[in-house]
Design a protein around this ligand. Structure first.
Ligand SMILES: *[C@@H]1O[C@H](CO)[C@@H](O)[C@H](O)[C@H]1NC(C)=O
Ligand SMILES: *[C@@H]1O[C@H](CO)[C@@H](O)[C@H](O)[C@H]1NC(C)=O
Ligand SMILES: *[C@@H]1O[C@H](CO)[C@@H](O)[C@H](O)[C@H]1NC(C)=O
Ligand SMILES: *[C@@H]1O[C@H](CO)[C@@H](O)[C@H](O)[C@H]1NC(C)=O
Length: 386
């Protein structure tokens, strides 16, 4: 039974809960975004940095070619110039393969998943190429897929290892490989495509089983001869953002109606990370590098990518409960980008547990700013069209 006093308390609560929704955002100017972007392109050298930068370019500049935009497969014929920076970069990488018969697209520094992050752009390049007799991109993408599915080591229950020399699972993998497997499936279509979409989903499911804690946050690295069981901010963001891309790839494919429960699961797994993360947001909007550890340090990279996923999730579900947190994070990220377009206060993406050294910048952090800006833009547009 709810008495009058309780109703008054509830009404009071609602007012308190509604209040943070008024956190307003001052968006980046186009001039700053363009500096952030050119720094991103200059700085990306490792396979995963290039894959992430290619995704950021696609979401920012060619939204209808991204998995958040148009239906899949994309059109075969693009108007001249469309997607050019993405397909030209992918072309350069495929042409630079030292051994055309090597399976991964590029050297991955021992990582199984990272080279695959470039695969989406290679698939797009194949699909939209003007020289229809050129099968180089199709072969390169097919080889990359074969490596993931037939060569890379796995756990006994089928999780593909993130490392080639031993079986080891990293949350990072979820952004690198499943989105490519899913995209390949969405373009292939039919029963082969359906089974690839299911494999992408299954990898997310297996990774969550190994890495998720009861808090809802994911550990960074398990199995193998060392581990990082902290709740690394960037790792949680990679996992949530990777699952979001798989989900959107399924949704925009012709096979969406056959994968309803998979879409519901992915939505709930993304929400689980997003909800668990913002519980630990600090008053100026930042997350800490190890999200739930008070002696960790502020990290703008993970804050940016998690905020981007939060806007994407709200655009999809219409549930705005985490928008105040994302808005606070957006404002913090905007004030953390300096006048030259560099994101400050990042974690060093190669140590995972120290800040970037003075004067050093995070290549993936630059991409996360772009992903955040694109997600915010699309969220705002969805409100206007609702
Ligand atoms: C490359 O594109 C062609 C269509 O031109 C398609 O038939 C082929 O399956 C594509 N290859 C891959 C690996 O997606
Ligand atoms: C773990 O094993 C791999 C492969 O056997 C080896 O290259 C690496 O140095 C080892 N690392 C540690 C910390 O023992
Ligand atoms: C935000 O707050 C955290 C925690 O108090 C602090 O460590 C960090 O330096 C602050 N960041 C900025 C950009 O002021
Ligand atoms: C970071 O992690 C490495 C490897 O686990 C460890 O040796 C080092 O002490 C850690 N540094 C800090 C600042 O926690």
């Amino acid at each position: 039974m709810v008495g009058r006093a309780a109703l008054v308390v509830l009404a009071g609560c609602a007012a308190v809960l509604a209040a943070p929704a008024t956190v307003s955002v001052t968006p980046f100017s186009n001039a700053v975004i363009s500096r952030v972007k050119s720094n991103m392109v200059k700085l990306a050298t490792h396979s995963w940095e290039i894959g992430t930068a290619l995704e950021a370019l696609t979401e920012l500049e060619w939204p209808s070619l991204s998995v958040f935009g148009g239906s899949l497969p994309p059109p075969v014929k693009l108007t001249s110039g469309t997607g050019a920076d993405v397909t030209e970069w992918a072309t350069k990488i495929v042409k630079a393969k030292p051994d055309p018969n090597a399976l991964p697209l590029i050297d991955g520094d021992g990582a199984v998943g990272d080279p695959a992050s470039i695969g989406v752009a290679v698939e797009l390049t194949n699909w939209t190429r003007t020289d229809r007799g050129d099968h180089e991109f199709s072969t390169a993408a097919g080889h990359q897929l074969k490596y993931l599915l037939e060569v890379a080591p796995r756990t006994s229950d089928g999780a593909i290892s993130h490392r080639s020399e031993q079986v080891q699972l990293w949350s990072d993998f979820v952004y690198m490989a499943p989105p490519f497997i899913a995209y390949f499936g969405a373009l292939e279509g039919g029963s082969g495509g359906l089974s690839l979409l299911k494999i992408a989903y299954k990898q997310c499911k297996l990774y969550r089983q190994y890495l998720r804690d009861s808090s809802g946050l994911w550990k960074h690295i398990v199995l193998g001869n060392w581990s990082d069981t902290h709740h690394w901010g960037t790792g949680n963001a990679w996992a949530a953002a990777g699952m979001m891309r798989v989900l959107q790839t399924i949704r925009h494919s012709k096979l969406a109606s056959k994968l309803k429960s998979e879409q519901a699961d992915l939505t709930s797994w993304i929400n689980e990370i997003v909800s668990a993360s913002w519980k630990h947001q600090h008053s100026n909007g930042t997350l800490f590098n190890y999200i739930d550890e008070s002696n960790s340090f502020a990290d703008s990279s993970s804050t940016a990518l998690l905020a981007s996923v939060t806007y994407r999730l709200a655009t999809l579900t219409g549930d705005n409960s985490h928008i105040p947190a994302a808005n606070k994070a957006y404002n913090l990220i905007r004030s953390s980008v300096d006048s030259n377009g560099w994101l400050r206060n990042t974690v060093d993406p190669e140590t995972f547990n120290t800040s970037s050294l003075p004067g050093a910048h995070s290549p993936e952090g630059q991409s996360f700013v772009i992903l955040l800006h694109a997600a915010y833009r699309d969220y705002k547009a969805s409100l206007r069209s609702a």
